[in-house]
Design a protein around this ligand. Structure first.
Ligand code: G6P
Length: 614
C-alpha cells in the first residue's frame, strides 16, 4: 500500500528511484512522483497520475540532476488519484519535500490547527498535513529537521513510513517509521531507502529494518544513524538479504502471475526443504519444537488473516481439526480486532500474512498478545513486521511474490499449515507415527504432482476462451475444497473483474441456486474424497437447471465427468492435500480469462498487494 524509495549516493539518483518505483509498483499504482535535490540544494518535484511509466514520460524533458532524492507510488486513501494528491508533497515554503506510506488518523485536527496558523493546503491528503506540520515546527522552534520530525511525530496518530528532504541539504535524507515498513540498504558511500527490500537487492545485500518509532538519518559520507522519538541513539542491526535480483524478474513469462503459478513445483519444494526429512518420515518445524509446552497445553486455535491468507487459514482449520483434534476458529483480522474477541492464555493465535505487513492482521496480533495468547506467524517476507511481533512462526519461503493476485504464497501457506497440523498432531498424540510417515511421503510427492497439474495449461487456455464473456461465476466445493472454491472465486474477481461467488456446494440450495441458468457457469471442485457422492448431487442440481459446469475431478473420474460440460483432471492425492492440487487449475483459469479480457493481471485496478492501512 504505497511504496516509498529514497537514494543518496553517486549513482544516477533519478534512475535508481524510477527503477525502485517499478519494483514497488505492486503496492499501489494510481499515481507516482519524485523529489530530486540538486547538488546546489534546490528541490524539484515531478508527479503524474497513473502508473510509473506516466511519470517517466512526464520527466523526459525535466531537470533530473540530483544529489539525493525520494519517490513514491500511491494507492489512494485520502483524496482521489490526481496530480495534486500524488506524493511527494511540499511544505508551504517549498523548503521540505516528503513521501509517506500509511495513514495519519488525526490529520483533520492537525490540519485545522495549521490552517489557523496560516498554512494553505494544495491537496486533500493526510501527508501534506505532516510535511506542513514538520515545517511549522522547524520554523517555530528554530530547530533542525531531525528535531522537527521528532516533535511532529509525537503529535501524529496513525501509521507512517516517511522520507523527507530539505532545501539546502543535498547530503541528507531523514526517514522514520511506525507500523508501515521501512528498509535501509547500506552500500559503499551510498544509502537506499524503501518500503521493502526489492528496490535495494540489486545494489546491496546489507539492510537495516527500521523499527517502530525510530528515525533514520542518512548522510553522504557518514554512517547510518538511528534515533528513537525520545532522541536516544538506537543500535544498528544489519541483516543480509536472502533473495536475489533474478527472483524479481519475469524470467521469460509475460506476467509475474503466470511465472509465479509455474514456479509452484519449486516453491513448494523450497517450502518443505529441511522440514520434511528422512524420506518423509519426520516433520521438523522449529517453531513447534521450540514451543512444545504451548502446543501441548493449547485448548483452542484462533486463525486471523485477510484475503487469500484467510482462505489458507480456512483450510488450516480443516487440517488442524482433523489432525490435532483441537477446536479452530478462523476470523478476518479486520473483524477480530473490533469484535471484542474472547482470547484465553491457553489459546494459540495463528496469524497468516504473505507480506507480513497487513495492518489489520498486525492489529489482531497486538490484541491477541495483550490478552496473553501465544501468537504464531506464517509469513513469506523475511524481516517483515508480522514475524517480528509474533512469539514464533514459520516462513513459507516461496520467494518474492510480485503479482497482486496471490498464487504461490497461497499454496505455500497451505503447505506450512499442513506441516504444522502434522507436527502438532504428532506432539499431541493425535497423529500416529505410521500416519505421519504416510503423510510425509505424500507431501514429498506434491511438487512433482503440481508439475503434472501445470500440464493442463494449454487446455485451460482454450477453455478460458469459452467463458471470457460470462458475467457471473459460481465456485462450489465441499470440505477441504470449500475454501478452495472461495479462493478460486476471489482470483477471478481480482484480475478479470467478473463477479464470482464461492460457496460450500451443499449451501447452494439455500440461495445461489436461484441464480443458475445457461448464463451462469459453475466451477465445481470435486476430487475423489469422502464427500464426492454428495457433490455429485450438487452437480446434478446445477445441470437440471441448465447451468454450464466446469469440473475439477480426480483422474479416472467417471461420474461427474459425464455430467459436466468441461472436465479438468488432477492426480489422486490424499484428501488433506487436495486444495494444493485443485487450486492450480483455478489460478490458470482466472489468469487466462483476465488475459482474454485484456486486463492487467499483475496490477489489477483498485488493488494493492501489501495493505498497510485499515
Ligand atoms: C491484499 C492482497 C491479497 C492478500 C491480502 C492479505 O488484499 O491483494 O492478495 O491476500 O492483501 O495480504 P497478506 O500479505 O496479509 O497475506
Amino acid at each position: 500500500m504505497c511504496g516509498i524509495v529514497g537514494y543518496i549516493g553517486d549513482r544516477n539518483v533519478y534512475d535508481v528511484l524510477i527503477k525502485g518505483l517499478h519494483r514497488l509498483e505492486y503496492r499501489g499504482y494510481d499515481s507516482a512522483g519524485v523529489a530530486l535535490e540538486t547538488p546546489e540544494g534546490n528541490i524539484n518535484v515531478y508527479k503524474a497520475r497513473g502508473k510509473v511509466a506516466n511519470l517517466e514520460a512526464f520527466c523526459k524533458d525535466k531537470n533530473l540532476d540530483a544529489s539525493c532524492g525520494i519517490a513514491h507510488t500511491r494507492w489512494a486513501t485520502h483524496g482521489e488519484p490526481s496530480d495534486s494528491n500524488a506524493h511527494p508533497h511540499f511544505s508551504e515554503d517549498k523548503k521540505l519535500a516528503l513521501v509517506h506510506n500509511g495513514t495519519i488518523e488525526n490529520y483533520k485536527v492537525l490540519k485545522d490547527a495549521l490552517i489557523k496558523h496560516g498554512c494553505k493546503f494544495h491537496s486533500e491528503t493526510d501527508t501534506e498535513v505532516l510535511v506542513q506540520l514538520i515545517e511549522y515546527i522547524r520554523l517555530k522552534n528554530d530547530c533542525d529537521l531531525i528535531d522537527a520530525v521528532r516533535e511532529a511525530l509525537h503529535q501524529v496518530q496513525g501509521a507512517y513510513a516517511i522520507a523527507v528532504i530539505e532545501c539546502g541539504h543535498p547530503e541528507q535524507i531523514v526517514a522514520a517509521r511506525k507500523s508501515s515498513p521501512l528498509v535501509i540498504g547500506i552500500g559503499k558511500n551510498e544509502f537506499f531507502l524503501a518500503s521493502d527490500a526489492t528496490p535495494i537487492v540489486e545494489y546491496t545485500k546489507d539492510v537495516v529494518y527500521v523499527k517502530d518509532e525510530q528515525i533514520a538519518v542518512v548522510r553522504r559520507g557518514e554512517p547510518l544513524k538511528l534515533v528513537t522519538l525520545e532522541n536516544e541513539e538506537a543500535d544498528i542491526d544489519v541483516t543480509e538479504l536472502e533473495f536475489s535480483i533474478s527472483q524479481l524478474e519475469k524470467g521469460g513469462y509475460p506476467h509475474f502471475m503466470l511465472k509465479e503459478i509455474f514456479e509452484q513445483p519449486s516453491t513448494l519444494l523450497d517450502c518443505i526443504r529441511g522440514r520434511v526429512v528422512e524420506g518423509g518420515h519426520k516433520i521438523v518445524l522449529n517453531g513447534v519444537r521450540d514451543n512444545k509446552e504451548k502446543f501441548l497445553n493449547a485448548k483452542r486455535i484462533v486463525i486471523v488473516a485477510c484475503g487469500t491468507s484467510w482462505h489458507a487459514g480456512l483450510i488450516g482449520k480443516y487440517l488442524l481439526q482433523e489432525m490435532c483434534g483441537l477446536p479452530v476458529v478462523v476470523e478476518y483480522a479486520s473483524e477480530f480486532r473490533y469484535n471484542n474477541p474472547v482470547i484465553n492464555s491457553d489459546d494459540i493465535v495463528i496469524a497468516i500474512s504473505q507480506s507480513g505487513e497487513t495492518a489489520d492482521t498486525l492489529a489482531a496480533i497486538e490484541i491477541a498478545r495483550d490478552k496473553g495468547a501465544f501468537v504464531y506467524g506464517i509469513s513469506n517476507v523475511v524481516g517483515s513486521s508480522i514475524p517480528r511481533c509474533t512469539h514464533s512462526g514459520t516462513y513459507i519461503h516461496v520467494g518474492p511474490e510480485i503479482g497482486v493476485a496471490s498464487t504461490k504464497a497461497f499454496t505455500g501457506q497451505v503447505m506450512v499449515l499442513t506441516l504444522l497440523a502434522l507436527a502438532v498432531g504428532e506432539l499431541r498424540g493425535t497423529v500416529s507415527r505410521e500416519e505421519l510417515e504416510k503423510c510425509g511421503e505424500w507431501i514429498q510427492k506434491i511438487p512433482g504432482l503440481v508439475r503434472e497439474v501445470l500440464k493442463l495449461n494449454d487446455k485451460i487456455e482454450r477453455l478460458s476462451a469459452i467463458y471470457t464473456y460470462a458475467r457471473n461465476f459460481l465456485y462450489l466445493g465441499r470440505g477441504y475444497n470449500y475454501p478452495t472454491a472461495l479462493e478460486g472465486a476471489l482470483k477471478l474477481k481480482e484480475i478479470s473483474y467478473i463477479h464470482a461467488e464461492g460457496y460450500p456446494a451443499a449451501e447452494m440450495k439455500h440461495g445461489p441456486i436461484a441464480l443458475i441458468d445457461a448464463e451462469m457457469p459453475s466451477v465445481i471442485i470435486a476430487p475423489d474424497d469422502h464427500l464426492y457422492e454428495k457433490v455429485v448431487s450438487n452437480v446434478q442440481q446445477v445441470k437440471a437447471r441448465g447451468g454450464s459446469i466446469i469440473a475439477i475431478v480426480t483422474e479416472g473420474d467417471d461420474i461427474i465427468s459425464k455430467i459436466a460440460d468441461y472436465v479438468l483432471e488432477v492426480p489422486k492425492v490424499p484428501e488433506f492435500l487436495t486444495p494444493i492440487i485443485t487450486s492450480i487449475p483455478l489460478q490458470l483459469l482466472s489468469y487466462y480469462i483476465a488475459i482474454n479480457k485484456g486486463k492487467d493481471v499483475d496490477m489489477p485496478r483498485n488493488l494493492a498487494k501489501s495493505v498497510t492501512v485499515e
